[in-house]
Design a protein. Structure first.
Length: 199
């Protein structure tokens, strides 16, 4: 089995779904108008990733190769439904805020890609660590994106006002164009530091 720490680091840093692989952009850009939304979406996706990876890995020798993708989607949809029901029961405000993007986790390419590329070829323990690593990488990316957009656009952090009223708000950052701009700036900064480290 591969080193669990290496698998975690791979998901969080080396193959970060948002900043490196640039996949799962729909929820990344749509729900990160605040840090709470970004982290909530990230943790929901992480939970689905962990359980989907585990079950795909456990069933990898049973699932026929010709129908593996539909089978993966059924496994993923099961866990998305469970997460959605839990959010409705225990965090209704977050569920209402994320709206349609929770059911859309079923077709999130991060989860399907990890099921196909990793969980279907590796054991359950390695697959769980892969799910944790990729999920944490996605959560961190969405959380940072949400923090920056919320701070600049609303002057708040986690819905707590931190900038005085006199400070001008840049509402563009909590709108759709702000998501693209913020993501581009964060990716540019990350690539700059990564290239500087290699040099």
């Amino acid at each position: 089995m591969a080193n669990p720490i290496k698998i975690l680091k791979n998901g969080i840093i080396n193959e970060n779904p948002t900043f490196v692989q640039v996949i799962g952009m729909c929820p990344t850009l749509a729900v990160t108008s605040s840090a709470i939304n970004g982290i909530g979406m990230g943790l929901s996706t992480t939970a689905v990733l962990i359980f989907a990876n585990l079950f795909v890995s456990l069933l990898r020798k049973v699932i026929p190769d010709k129908v593996r993708i539909p089978c993966f989607i059924v496994v993923i949809a099961t866990f998305v439904t469970i997460i959605e029901f839990m959010l409705k029961a225990y965090l209704p405000a977050l569920n209402a805020s994320l709206g349609l993007y929770i059911p859309l986790i079923v077709v999130n390419c991060i989860i399907l890609a990890r099921a196909e590329a990793f969980a279907s070829k590796n054991g359950p323990i390695a697959s769980v660590f892969d799910g944790i690593g990729m999920g944490l990488g996605f959560t961190i990316a969405l959380g940072v994106l949400g923090l920056v957009r919320e701070f600049i656009g609303s002057g708040t952090l986690f819905d707590i006002t931190v900038l005085p009223e006199a400070f001008p708000r840049t509402l563009l950052f909590v709108m759709a164009p702000g998501a693209f701009f913020t993501l581009a700036c964060l990716m540019a900064a990350l690539n700059h530091f990564r290239n500087k480290k290699k040099a």
